[in-house]
Design a protein around this ligand. Sequence first.
Ligand SMILES: NC(=O)c1ccc[n+]([C@@H]2O[C@H](COP(=O)([O-])OP(=O)(O)OC[C@H]3O[C@@H](n4cnc5c(N)ncnc54)[C@H](O)[C@@H]3O)[C@@H](O)[C@H]2O)c1
Length: 443
Amino acid sequence: MSKNGIDVAPANGKLGILLVGLGAVSTTVVAGVEAIRKGNAEPVGSLTQMGTIRLGKRTENRSPKIKDFVPLADLDDVVFGAWDIFPDSAYEAALHAGVLDKYLVEDLREPLDSLKPMPAVFSQNYVKRLNGTNIKQGKNKMDLAEQLMADMERFKSEKGCDRLVIVWAASTEVFLEASDAHQSIEAFEKAMYDDDPQIAPSMIYAYAAIKSGIPFANGAPNLTVDIPALLELAERENVPICGKDFKTGQTLIKTIIAPGLKARMLGLAGWYSTNILGNRDGEVLDDPESFKTKEESKLSVLDTILQPEVYPDLYKDFSHVVRINYYPPRGDNKEGWDNIDIFGWLGYPMQIKIDFLCRDSILAAPLVLDLALFMDLAKRAEMKGIQEWLSFYFKAPQAASELYPEHDLFIQLKKLKNTLRHMMGEELITHLGNEYYESDDND
Ligand SMILES: NC(=O)c1ccc[n+]([C@@H]2O[C@H](COP(=O)([O-])OP(=O)(O)OC[C@H]3O[C@@H](n4cnc5c(N)ncnc54)[C@H](O)[C@@H]3O)[C@@H](O)[C@H]2O)c1
């Protein structure tokens, strides 16, 4: 145990990272980790691999890398598995996704080709635009959950893994609101036996993971683990969970700019965001029901950062519009435009225009890796339920029901690092810094 910290079990043995969905994001993570392990690339964008953490006073000059400070699984000890509705290996799926250059995918052909997805739990009722063949059949949703649990167990023993984590990187499901079936474990389990449509495939994976004691992170905006029944189950089974929706691209920029405007007390009249993207994610989001799930997730961000109820003169009634248009020629290389109408001293209007030519999966891949490694750490530190300290990674972070989620990227980062300091028994950093200016007479 670290001095006054939490008992964290060491990261011995192999860590299996099971990805739900083997599409653009997942194949980019797997290929990236393989390339890094071969020494051909640096883990750019990954806080666990490149980030440092300041410890103690500024005068102490102690800033180790995060991965040297907390006991994280080593990349050499990571083994990937996946489920997908298409039988393509990670090699074929990476070529299809078209995120990475063909020569890079060819260079990694062997490890990528050996990753073949397990049959998925899927129904077109929840993702209208997809139609696959690699799908499980079962008596009811509970039966499907049991098949997933058997997959997890088999993967773990076949690959000789010590521990598993699961990250949902599959397509965005249609919009669902928490209903009666989601209110308790009993109601949820009954609904699984009854094949209740309120139980989406993502919830079946989450249930199976939690029942198996495996941490579960949700990278899409689906409700999934953000319901009372699965929260209760996670608490009962001592399993960490987190979500929703990887914070990349336009929302990342939004949560960087908005806190800055608020810090300077600049007003906002409106924020218009539009995107074009042409990958499979864009195709799925072209369906209005899947888009609604995404839209809810993207819209929540500004209100919680700007707090119009606290600053009505600056932020009451600002107009916030988000659009996503499926435009095949762009593939995974999204273009996101923001037009921001702000106002300053004496109400004078100003405008900010942002044109972000980003690469969605390139931004998302390091988040998947970090989440998997941090969720494994959380499990070994016996942390359970919602991992709010991982809000840093999400557009719509899960928080306790009585709390508003924290969206400000910089507060999220402070919270994450203070959680790591707390875990390891290091002093929390408040940035007060009075001690540097106090004379010795006061001691
Ligand atoms: N790339 C980003 O920046 C980003 C940011 C936030 C959220 N996301 C979310 O991450 C998810 C993955 O994005 P992507 O670009 O890789 O999409 P993708 O369409 O390339 O890959 C998703 C894969 O999931 C599979 N799938 C769908 N339903 C499944 C199920 N029930 N079980 C198993 N597999 C299933 C699909 O067949 C597909 O191969 C999407 O929900 C997306 O909205 C991505």
